[in-house]
Write a protein that binds this ligand. Structure first.
Ligand code: AMP
Length: 218
């Protein structure tokens, strides 16, 4: 039997989900599914959907459960997810977690492992407000904690590094509030099911990757 590496990375904005998901996706050769990246590319291409969600995203609020679940359900129809996937930024509410269970049952996929990355709020704020994101591949750097080799350029693809609109201090505070209210209840939701493992997200990057791989049995 081939192993299925289905995994949800859970954690506040800035906890390192995206960074870890990219490394694991390369290592394990399974897709990284980031709902934030999907929405950002819709905004960039000025699609109808992008125009609808642009304001919501830049204010730090969540887009509707119905909309995001429809996007994820469509993504799960693609056969590349049959071997595994790393979900980053989804689910973010209990309603989304319920919808994901239905999607997985419909596709005949096993329950994913859920890994919580724990990081304190002051570190999250420092990370997010200093974050630089590659406009091409989405890799994250930091002005001081993890600067790129060449100023303003992504180490991996040479793309332009930008500050995300929602990484301003005011919006970061809003996003952390939304995380507390909407997403934190998922910690209980998944621990009651016995699916949750917690890791400190405030340690060297490779140590976090090793911890996640251990949980996945990879
Ligand atoms: P992220 O890149 O995961 O921080 O997401 C950026 C923004 O996209 C969020 O602040 C939300 O506005 C929106 N978003 C991403 N994923 C979701 C989701 N699962 N549910 C609702 N909104 C989302």
């Amino acid at each position: 039997m081939t192993t299925h590496f289905g995994c949800i990375l859970l954690g506040a904005p800035g906890s390192g989900k995206g960074t870890q998901a990219k490394v694991l996706s390369d290592d394990l050769r399974i897709p990284h599914v980031s709902t934030g990246d999907i929405l950002r590319s819709e905004v960039q291409s000025e699609s109808q959907l992008g125009i609808r969600v642009k304001e919501i995203m830049s204010s730090g609020q969540l887009v509707s459960d119905a909309l995001i679940c429809e996007i994820v359900a469509k993504r799960f129809y693609k056969p590349d997810l049959l071997k595994g996937y790393i979900l980053d930024g989804f689910p973010r509410t209990v309603a989304q977690a319920d919808a994901l269970e239905t999607i997985l049952i419909e596709r005949g996929l096993p329950q994913p492992k859920v890994i919580l990355l724990n990081v304190g709020n002051s570190i999250l704020i420092e990370r997010l407000t200093g974050r630089l994101t590659c406009s091409q591949c989405g890799r994250a750097f930091h002005k001081t904690l993890n600067p790129p080799k060449a100023v303003g350029k992504c180490d991996a693809c040479d793309g332009e590094l930008v500050q995300r609109k929602d990484d301003s201090l005011e919006t970061v505070k809003k996003r952390l509030e939304v995380y507390e209210d909407e997403t934190k209840p998922l910690i209980d939701f998944y621990s009651q099911k016995g699916h949750l493992s917690s890791l400190s997200g405030d340690q060297e990057m490779f140590k976090i990757t090793t911890g996640i791989r251990k949980v996945l049995g990879a």
